[in-house]
Ligand binder design. Structure first.
Ligand code: T3D
Length: 262
């Protein structure tokens, strides 16, 4: 059992809930370790075909727990690079590389690393009352957890720079209008919308979805020529899956496909 997160698997969906509501689910070392352990467990579990991440309480995640940082004048300055290397970077890499869809249900404020962990997910729903803040600049830090990579790609360089330098709070609606997230929904509809989407994806061709994820992730740094080659290679792999065979057969037989995820 976990102390600072909840983790359960149901109907092919693993739901990971950040659970330190008193500090808006900010990350301490224990919560990082628990998230890492849950994701390890997920990777060993063949029944999981979609991951959904959310938070308990009125916040999604406020990034690093700042009460864990001793910044007293006489204290040795912490090595934040080590914290990023040990905790945040592996988490972002794992989310981006997981060979299944990762959905985020942003239930409240997402600040600092909390915002960028949400934006690293594949499909992001947010409650209307939720918000996104690149809070780093307000304490002299640089956006991390992939924010300086994800943000300009999602909202363009002008908005990415202003968001990062001003640390303004962006509403869920604005985030959706800017294309930063997939969808802003009424608060009471958030978990239903996110779970419905997750359960749907858990019945879809998981290997094909993983290849889509790879193609779109790699497109950020590829030339068109490289991307065309990659599409050829990934289509070759997709075309060898049982789910492709089932998809075509079901279409021809005018019936609903039954995908197995392989
Ligand atoms: O250090 C490293 O390892 C480097 C990596 C850094 C990654 C990062 O994420 S750096 C950025 C860290 N996060 C922030 O700077 C955000 C800090 N929080 C806020 O700015 C505000 O709390 C929010 C804008 C997110 C929400 O504001 P509001 O007014 O809705 O809530 P609040 O009253 O500020 O917070 C509620 C409680 O949560 C409060 O505790 P209290 O007074 O009720 O006992 C507050 O102290 C606590 N809380 C919120 N964020 C954090 C936190 N406690 C510790 N760390 C936090 N990040």
């Amino acid at each position: 059992a976990f102390e600072h997160i909840e983790y359960r698997v149901d109907q092919g969906v693993a739901v990971l809930t950040l659970n330190r509501p008193a500090s808006l689910n900010s990350f301490n070392a224990t919560m990082h370790a628990e998230v890492r352990d849950a994701l390890k467990q997920l990777r060993r579990d063949d029944s999981v075909r979609c991951l959904l991440i959310t938070g308990n309480g009125r916040g999604f995640c406020a990034g690093q727990d700042l009460s864990d940082r001793n910044v007293a004048a006489d204290a040795e300055m912490p090595d934040l690079g080590r914290s990023i290397e040990t905790f945040y970077n592996p988490l972002i890499r794992t989310l981006r590389e997981l060979p299944l869809p990762v959905i985020c249900a942003v239930n409240g404020v997402a600040a600092g690393a909390g915002a960028n962990i949400a934006l690293a997910c594949d499909i992001v729903f947010a409650a209307r009352s939720a918000s996104f803040i690149q809070a780093f600049c307000k304490i002299g830090l640089v956006p991390d957890s992939g924010g300086t990579w994800t943000l300009p790609r999602l909202v363009g360089p002008a908005r990415a720079m202003a968001l990062s330098m001003l640390g303004d709070k962006i509403s869920a609606e604005q985030a959706a209008n800017w294309g930063m997230i997939w969808s802003c929904v009424d608060d009471e509809a958030l978990m239903d919308s996110a779970l419905t989407c997750a359960r749907h994806l858990a019945t879809q061709p998981t290997r094909g979805l993983a290849l889509i994820k790879r193609a779109l992730n790699e497109s950020s740094t590829n030339t068109l020529d490289q991307q065309l080659d990659l599409e050829r290679d990934l289509q070759r792999l997709a075309g060898r899956t049982a789910d492709y065979r089932e998809g075509v057969a079901a279409f021809m037989e005018k019936r609903k496909p039954e995908f197995k995820g392989c």
